[in-house]
Ligand binder design. Sequence first.
Ligand code: TXA
Ligand code: MG
Length: 342
Amino acid sequence: MITEYLKVAADSVEIYERAGKIIREGGLVAFPTETVYGLGGNAYDPMAAERIFAAKGRPSDNPLIVHVAVPSDAEAFAKTNDIYYKLAEHFMPGPLTVILPKKDNIPDSVTGGLDTVAVRCPEHICANKLIQAAGVPIAAPSANISGCPSPTSAEHVYKDMNGRIPMILDGGESRIGVESTVIRLEEDGCTILRPGEIIARELSAVVGNVYVADAVTDPAAAGDNPESPGMKYKHYAPKARLVLLSGDDRSFADYVNTYKGRCAVLSYSENIGDYLRAFVMNAGSKRSAKEQMQRLFSLLRECDNIDTEIIFAHLPPKKDEFLALYNRIIRAAGSEVIYLDK
Ligand code: TXA
Ligand code: MG
């Protein structure tokens, strides 16, 4: 299959018309969002879902997120409620995905056989224009080959999907760099199934109690738990061994500097000059979870282009604004952590 690669802006009307038509007719289009790039298909078409799983090489029990142009469009296929609209008022369009009971028109292949559906209204203008042009809700996972880091640029998508899908829309680098916060609603609040840019403190101000699923900080806890199917797969891992070090900056640098083999380091920008022989990559400021999130997936992809046997990175703090970072990087490292401080 020939893959068309098109740069888009808010006013690329003709391109959105063509892309929307591909989606209506059952084909796939990769598109930018503020979190990561998505691989979109018609959410009402079971064949489109099959094509998504095939293009990604993804197990088909892992359900897809359904993207809408405005929050009330979810009425067509999900059973909404007051808390959904309260959340929508504060966080949509934006990087929040809400799990709701599904209606019968969403095929099982989209929800992995669950009786719930994940709803998200992206803020990226190109995503919004595409959904409007398609005229149907768009089911879309991240546009990477299953197991690889999610794509934060159209170049990443091209590398994974060239020849597998008819069209890639390039709307520039993703602003956030990690996937949306996924939540399940509870009687007295909500549970975070996957952490993202929107954090517990912000959700709590709107819905009350915020719980965090065990699988967020402990990949093994995901097991066969059908409530967070996506969390059980090994994800994001570079080809070289990735090892997280927990300790102060000094002991981190000492450990890296005394390592005998070829090594690379995902360094805080403050500590770039501390390494004697390691290949150094700038992971962003120690103080900025947002900067580190924006760079993480792109850096994990870059790791595959350098000649190293091991990559060292900091274990992020296990707390609110760093939780998304923690969740992604422990998965990438297969939970391999060395405690220098114990
Ligand atoms: O930021 C994002 O959410 C991106 C962009 C493209 O919107 N999409 C994305 O999709 O990350 P994906 O398929 O890579 O991740 C979807 C996550 C998985 O962890 C999946 O298990 C969870 O959402 N999920 C989807 N439907 C669910 C449901 N009905 N119940 C529980 N979890 C669900
Ligand atoms: Mg994904």
